[in-house]
Design a binder for this molecule. Structure first.
Ligand code: ZN
Length: 226
């Protein structure tokens, strides 16, 4: 395992990535937690996976870059958005990006322009640097009580196979539609604009990180190798 410094948040907190396996492997996976600061379990399950695999042999011909917390300011402030009050998951440079929130309240603010935030820029630059085969974002359904969550949401037909494999591995249902519009989200940008294989995992926020990890740990194992 290598620890990488990927950049800094608005408040200057270092954003760390952890890499595993062979960087030249074709099967490269990016996993991101805590895009929303109010979803701490999404970071903690990533931390638990790191603890579990850091001293083990990593699957051959696989590479993983894991970012447990892309929004450290939001996590410390207990806000959905970053320190500028921007919802990072509405700030990606998707063709669907809108300058005003289309659902939810002001905590869904998309930023002054696409990829205006340093945290968003880190992900955009990583996508330019590495040819990831697939990207998995981990969330919890904080405050959102739509009928389909917890679930594995996927964007684009190319992402269906990954979503179904993760569904089989975790018991979470795969859905093509999250149930509400998400312009400028990471999933829409990756899946609809870049045609990348991309899933958004929504875990049950009523469960502790320990419970979630125990129940869904194969999310990581299967996410890396498939
Ligand atoms: Zn979220």
């Amino acid at each position: 395992m290598k620890e990488l410094s990927l950049g800094k948040s608005v408040k200057g907190i270092e954003i760390k990535g952890y890499s595993f396996g062979n960087e030249n492997a074709f099967n490269k996976t990016l996993i991101i937690g805590a895009i929303h600061g109010v979803e701490p379990q999404s970071k903690e399950v990533c931390d638990m996976y790191i603890e579990e695999v850091k001293d083990k042999l990593f699957p051959e011909d696989c590479y993983l870059l894991l970012i447990p917390c892309i929004n450290p300011d939001g996590l410390s402030l207990k806000t959905r958005g970053n320190a500028n009050g921007v919802d990072l998951n509405r700030n990606f440079p998707s063709s669907t990006w809108k300058s005003v929130p289309v659902s939810g309240n002001n905590s869904y603010h998309p930023g002054r322009e696409p990829a205006s935030e340093p945290e968003t820029k880190i992900i955009v630059n990583l996508l330019k640097k590495y040819n990831f085969k697939k990207i998995i974002a981990i969330h919890t359904n904080h405050t959102i009580q739509f009928p389909n969550v917890p679930m594995i949401n996927y964007d684009g037909e190319q992402s269906r196979e990954l979503a179904e494999k993760l569904s089989n591995a975790t018991g979470l249902l795969a859905h093509a539609d999250v149930g509400y519009p998400t312009p400028g989200s990471l999933g829409v940008w990756l899946g609809k604009d870049l045609k990348k294989i991309s899933t958004t995992v929504e875990l049950d926020d009523k469960k502790t990180s320990e419970e979630l990890y125990k129940k869904h740990v194969r999310l990581f194992e299967v996410g890396v190798i498939c």
